[in-house]
Every structure is written in C-alpha cells, then in structure tokens.
Design a protein around this ligand. Structure first.
Ligand code: NAD
Length: 441
C-alpha cells in the first residue's frame, strides 16, 4: 500500500520505518528540512534502539522516502498518518492542536481520488476526545471524498520499534466500515502474528489513549505516595511494591517507587485530559488526576531535599554529580525530564552540578545550558559531595561503588530510582538514601 506519515518525530519516524519494513511504500513528511535531510540519508534524528538499522534498510530498498511537501504527500498516498506533536498549552494545560490542524489543512486541498474509493486520513497523535469529529468537518470542507479515522499510538520510547512491530493491541476509531477495513489490510502482517484489533468509534479510540496513560500515571503516583508513607513510618516500599505486585489483580509493572514520570507524554496527557473533562463540566470525574500530577511533581523536590540533607543542609559551594539526563533509559529524549528538573533545582540552590548521560547529553545541554556535563561517570563524580542516580540506565547498575568512592569527595548517593544494589554500595562505604527505603547507613 502507498501511505504517508506526516510528522517524523519519535512516533512518525518509527512508524514510517516500520511500515516500510512490513512491505508498504512510505513517504515521510516534515516541516523540519534538516530532519528530512537526515532521514533521507538514513540517519535517525534521535536515539532509538534498532531504528538506525531499520531506517537504513528501508531507505536503501527505496520503499521509504522523505519530503517536506504536503502536496507531494497528497499525490503519493491513499492513506495518510498524522503523527505531529500535540504539546501542552502553557496556561490551561489543554492540548495545543495547532500542528494537527495545520497538517489536515495543508493536506486536504490536494487530496485526489485514490486507488481506493476514498482517501483516508488517520490520526495517531494523542488528542482530546472529540478532536477527530471536529477535524472531519475541517477535512470535508476541502476534501469531501476523504475519510478520517483515529488510531492512537501506544509505543514507548526506548523500545519503539519493537512496540510498533509487535503492539499489544491496535485500536482504530472509524465512522465507516471501509476505513476500518483499510487499516486491517494495512496492519495485516501484525494482525496475522496475533495482535488484537479493537475497532470502535473515534471518541472511544481517543479516550483509550488518554485513559491508558492516566491509569499508568496513577499507578506510578500511587506507589510514590506509598513511598512517602514508608519514609514516615520506617517501612520498606520496595518490599511493599513486590508483595502488592504479586497479586495478579494488581501486577508488578509501573509499581516502581522513585523519582516519578516525565517525558513528552504522561505529564501533558493527564493535564490535557483534565482540561478537556473540565470543558464538559466533569472536573470531579478526573480530580484524581490532579493529585496524580501533584504527587509526581513533589517527588522531584523530595529528591532535591534528600540530597540537600545529605550534604549538611545547604548546597552552597557543594559539588553534585547527577547520573542521568534522559527522561527514561534507552532514550535521548529530555522533554520534561525529572532528572534535569532535579539537577536544575540543585544548581538554583547554589551547587555546581555536573550531569552524565550515556545518550542524552547533547539534548540536555541544548535545553539546560546553565548545567555542566561530563562524558564519563568518573568525570561527573570527581570531588562530588553527593551523587544522585536519577535515570535508571542499566550501565549505572554495573558501576563499581568501590572505584567510584575513590573519585568523589564524600561517598554519599541518592538512589532516586531505587534500582542500585544498595547493599553493595553500603558495603563499599557509601551513605545511601532512597525514597521509601529504611535508612540503614
Ligand atoms: P515530536 O515532537 O518528536 O515530533 C513531531 C514532528 O512533527 C516534528 O518533527 C515536527 O517538526 C513535525 N511537524 C509539526 N507540524 C508539522 C506539520 N504541519 N507538517 C509536518 N510535520 C510537522 O513528537 P512525538 O513524540 O513523535 O509525538 C507525536 C504525537 O504522538 C504526540 O501527539 C504525542 O503525544 C503522541 N505520542 C507520543 C509518544 C512518544 O513516546 N513520543 C507515544 C505515543 C503517542
């Protein structure tokens, strides 16, 4: 099939490469000419495991091309995926739909009769409930022969390629049987491999994405609230989470107590969902999500305070090493990164802060030029009064605490992700603090 992918960011670039990989002819479109030039030469504009190889292969076979022209896209494809960003509006927290509207408005006048009876535009961006119906009216004003469906994206950065090729479900909200059938045909290789397909109306499809992210955020904030209770009572949140997670009705995933969530999705999605519910006069139905957001943001300050106590009550003239800048491991994405929020607050309170990350230093430096960065862990930790472990990259678990103890000024560490071997660090002479864990030394 001939399809286009409009917006080649974390979602679009991966979707385009994977759709070419399963045999479609794909044209990726972006307004960012630099990004398009990089992709055309087979270079991903960000770090995502497995993407570089897949992209290079798809570009080499000629099944994947890129352009900045929506007119070319309209002529090329029968099916057009919209993968542009839906950022948070600063004041209200509501979703800013400018890019989605621009993509539809830019495409619609040039859509021609396709090899299929009707052209299909498919939204993958995360949008407030009701957006697809509104966009359909906009689309029909210029292209009455086009249909619009919603097919929310559930990929996780860090395993986006695998999530796209082996998703846990494909959800399609469509108002016509033909639109749904087209997407079943397009995704046939994934459906044949056993992926469940859930066909529904556009409003339900839009809501599935927001409700899922809200539930995941709630689970994380729930266990972080329990960590606060553990801190006050001397109980151990890791044992609590393990014992809770063994109940099959609860499950262990997303019950990892620590610094909380960040990134370009969960925080903005729960705020956009809350704002949309309030527009319907349903603020009470999502009041829980405000608390989820508050608990989450509070973990950043709790981590800063914990480190400040470890250096004697003030960061003035202290050196602080931060391990991790990406919002999560296996990604170079620093959008709303909890690690960088903590690093920035510590710098604001007077410390010299040196940040290490295996992949995200360039993005972090661009977003936070006032912080210092180091390309290896030992350099970041040189003469540090305290080390903070803020993004759970696997290589940080492999660090040798005895060797690192010889580099720092004071062997003190905050394991804000609760993933280090705490006994090993303590027996190498480190004072270790972690949210929700008893103080053992
Ligand atoms: P992104 O910011 O990485 O990429 C968006 C791309 O769209 C950019 O390259 C931008 O230049 C391009 N763009 C903007 N306006 C355009 C236009 N009019 N025409 C063509 N291109 C345009 O965003 P992302 O992280 O890929 O997210 C995209 C959407 O998918 C968002 O709604 C997000 O909430 C959702 N989503 C993201 C993830 C994730 O993990 N990143 C997962 C699921 C869903």
């Amino acid at each position: 099939m001939r399809l286009t992918v409009i917006g080649t960011g974390y979602v679009g670039a991966v979707h385009a490469a994977c759709m070419a990989d399963i045999g479609h002819e794909v044209l990726g479109v972006d307004i960012d000419a630099e990004r398009i030039a990089a992709l055309t030469s087979g270079t991903p504009p960000f770090y995502e495991p497995g993407l570089a190889e897949m992209l290079m292969k798809a570009v080499d076979t000629g099944r994947l091309r890129f352009t900045t022209s929506l007119i070319e896209a309209a002529w090329f494809g029968d099916t057009h995926f919209i993968c542009v960003g839906t950022p948070q509006r600063p004041a209200s927290g509501a979703a800013d739909l400018r890019h989605v509207e621009a993509a539809v408005d830019g495409l619609a006048p040039y859509l021609h009769d396709s090899g299929y009876e009707r052209v299909l535009v498919v939204g993958k961006s995360t949008v407030p409930v009701g957006t697809a119906d509104r966009l359909t009216e906009r689309l029909h004003a210029a292209a009455p022969h086009a249909d619009l469906a919603w097919n929310p994206e559930f990929l996780r950065e860090g395993c986006a390629v695998q999530d796209t090729l082996r998703p846990e479900r494909i959800v399609v909200g469509a108002r016509s049987e033909q639109a749904e059938a087209r997407l079943r045909e397009l995704y046939a290789p994934l459906l044949d491999a056993g992926t469940p397909f859930i066909g529904t109306d556009p409003a339900t499809a839009e809501l599935v994405k927001l409700a899922s992210n809200s539930f995941l955020a709630t689970k994380i904030s729930f266990i972080n609230a329990m960590a606060e209770i553990c801190d006050a009572t001397g109980a151990d949140v890791l044992t609590l989470a393990e014992a809770m997670g063994r109940d099959s009705r609860i499950g262990p995933r997303f019950l990892a107590p620590g610094l909380g969530f960040g990134g370009s999705c969960l925080p903005k999605d729960i705020r956009a969902f809350t704002a949309r519910a309030e527009e319907f006069g349903l603020g009470d139905s999502v009041a829980l999500l405000r608390q989820v957001d508050e608990i989450n943001t509070r973990q950043r300050l709790r981590t800063v305070d914990l480190a400040e106590r470890l250096v004697g009550g003030s960061f003035a003239d202290r050196s602080v090493a931060v391990l991790g800048a990406a919002f999560k491991p296996h990604s170079d994405d620093v959008r709303d990164s909890p690690a960088l929020a903590v690093a920035d607050e510590i710098r604001r309170r007077g410390a010299r802060v040196r940040v290490h990350d295996p992949e995200a230093v360039d993005n972090a430096r661009a977003a936070h030029p006032a912080l210092q960065f180091a390309l290896d862990v030992a350099k970041a930790c040189e003469q540090a009064d305290v080390v903070l472990h803020l993004t759970e990259w696997p290589q940080y678990r492999e660090l040798d605490p005895a060797a690192l103890a010889t580099v720092v000024r004071t062997p003190a560490i905050v394991d804000a992700r609760n993933t280090l071997d705490q006994a090993a660090w303590r027996s190498a002479g480190w004072t270790l603090r972690a949210p929700g864990r008893p103080r053992l030394g």
